[in-house]
Design a binder for this molecule. Structure first.
Ligand code: PRP
Length: 217
């Protein structure tokens, strides 16, 4: 029987790297960064395959928030994910490269001109939000949402939200103010610690090349 895709009969060191990448707007920049670092990666065809042999690596595609889990548990050797997600998860993953792209802020947002005591905050980042509220001495309740978080402010579900601000377009289009910044984020290259040892001949040069990209460190 032939070995599964990405697994080499000569052992772990010889197998193709498995990379966990987030679907959506970060995917293209991630592929571009990896290609600029010397990996030959072909785009997947028109279908909806979530796992494909891209040439020099096997790419598995998932939601941003699931990337750390796939890398931590060793299903993927490495991945690309926002620092915001890593902070919210309290991740202990090795993150050897700050890729610099997808730069954004995690901010406290309120309806334009509205100030005063906050009673309820809606967010996709309940841990970071609770820590922030404790820091500023607020007893506000935290409500977890999964997307379009700003809607909570517009509908009265919450009197503030904590969410990502990237271009600021969402704030402008919805009459919202950014009233405080909790943290800054950008895309990080994360690696599984066992892979870093067992597959260092592939991962170390890739890490070095990624660090040399413009905007990365
Ligand atoms: C993110 C974030 C904001 C928006 C901010 O949403 O939650 O809504 O981007 O970006 P901007 O400042 O450039 O407008 P995303 O599109 O990832 O979708 P989601 O809210 O469903 O997670």
């Amino acid at each position: 029987m032939s070995p599964p895709e990405g697994v080499h009969p000569d052992g772990a060191g010889a197998a193709k790297l498995v990379l966990a990448l987030p679907k959506g707007r970060v995917m293209e920049e991630s592929l571009q960064a990896l290609r600029s670092s010397g990996l030959h990666l072909v785009a997947r065809d028109q279908g909806r395959a979530l796992r494909h042999d891209a040439g020099d690596a096997v790419v598995i595609e998932m939601r941003n928030a699931d990337v750390p889990t796939y890398v931590e548990l060793g299903v993927a050797d490495a991945g690309i994910v926002g620092k915001d997600v890593l902070m919210e998860m309290g991740s202990q993953l090795a993150e050897p490269v700050d890729l610099g792209f997808s730069a954004c802020r995690l901010s406290l947002i309120r309806p334009r001109g509205v100030r005063g005591t906050i009673e309820r905050v809606a967010t996709k980042y309940p841990r970071l939000t609770a820590a922030y509220l404790a820091r500023v001495g607020s007893g506000a309740e935290v409500v977890k949402l999964t997307g379009n978080v700003e809607l909570a402010c517009l509908t009265g579900l919450a009197d503030a939200v904590v969410d990502v601000v990237q271009t600021g377009d969402t704030l402008r289009d919805n009459d919202l103010d950014e009233v405080d910044v909790l943290a800054h984020s950008s895309a990080r290259f994360v690696v599984n610690r066992a892979s870093l040892k067992l597959r260092s001949e592939r991962l170390r040069p890739l890490i070095e090349a990624l660090r040399r990209l413009p905007g990365a460190r």
